[in-house]
Design a protein around this ligand. Sequence first.
Ligand SMILES: Nc1nc2c(ncn2[C@@H]2O[C@H](COP(=O)(O)OP(=O)(O)OP(=O)(O)O)[C@@H](O)[C@H]2O)c(=O)[nH]1
Ligand SMILES: [Mg+2]
Length: 284
Amino acid sequence: MIQWYPGHMAKSRRILERDLKIVDLVVEVLDARIPYSSQNPDLAELLGSKKKIIVLNKMDLADRAISERWKNYFARDHPVVLVNSLTGEGIKELLAFIEAEGREINKALQEKGRNKRDIRIMVVGIPNVGKSALINVLAGVKYARTGNKPGVTRGRQWITVRKDIQLLDTPGILWPKFDDEDVGYRLALTGAIRDEVFDEEAAACKLIEYITGIDETILEKAYDIVLEAGQEIPYDILGKVGQRTGCLMSGGRIDMGWAASRLINDFRRGKLGSISLEVPGDDI
Ligand SMILES: Nc1nc2c(ncn2[C@@H]2O[C@H](COP(=O)(O)OP(=O)(O)OP(=O)(O)O)[C@@H](O)[C@H]2O)c(=O)[nH]1
Ligand SMILES: [Mg+2]
């Protein structure tokens, strides 16, 4: 199955525990398409009483109405902001939360007769969720390297976002909910797990299952194919996609591996529309 707990993740966790001690606030970046699966199950325990703001990033790729439901769901416990780190949508709202927090911290310091200081924030989240992109858009300058694959950020890096805010960019940290195969597939489909370590055809079939479960016409429209409602297995639908998009081997047979990677990439780039793979309250 999926090899998603490499040794460097264990090391990242130790570093995270150490860094948590020196920050005032944590920004947890979740993928708006999979808020449940992209949330680190152990973070709550590691955080203790430390305050957290949740960012549902890549809002442009998720279903807006479902994202609003997730926002309400998380808002019971934390400030939540929907963000598109490519356009900066939602950033003002996020900064307002950060600034309010900063004022509170400095007020407490001054009451104790101490000097004002910068607010220190740590940005955490699974690989490829957009932590570095978020920091860049917050800073208004391209500080951190981003990339459309997991594991782009290698080390930790402090970045002064404004004169009174310091952000810590961290490598993606992911550790497993071993018991849930769907979580693994969703992480794979959204790009949190390196493509080399999961079975793309199996993941593509899962994606077809998820998407047809939402609306059968999504794939029909995207690829100009016709599906026999509920009659076809995902593998056959993947074949239709491959046929239509010209993923063929010599001799004209469909290259299913190629079709799978094509479909997954189309999903990741939003070419199939804004699709959420998880809904709050689902049995997820
Ligand atoms: N569509 C869309 N793409 C985004 C958004 N935010 C980030 N991306 C893209 O997602 C990819 C990953 O972004 P990064 O900022 O490198 O992600 P990261 O969390 O820092 O990743 P690691 O450093 O590997 O852990 C890049 O291709 C970004 O351009 C967003 O809000 N919408
Ligand atoms: Mg990064």
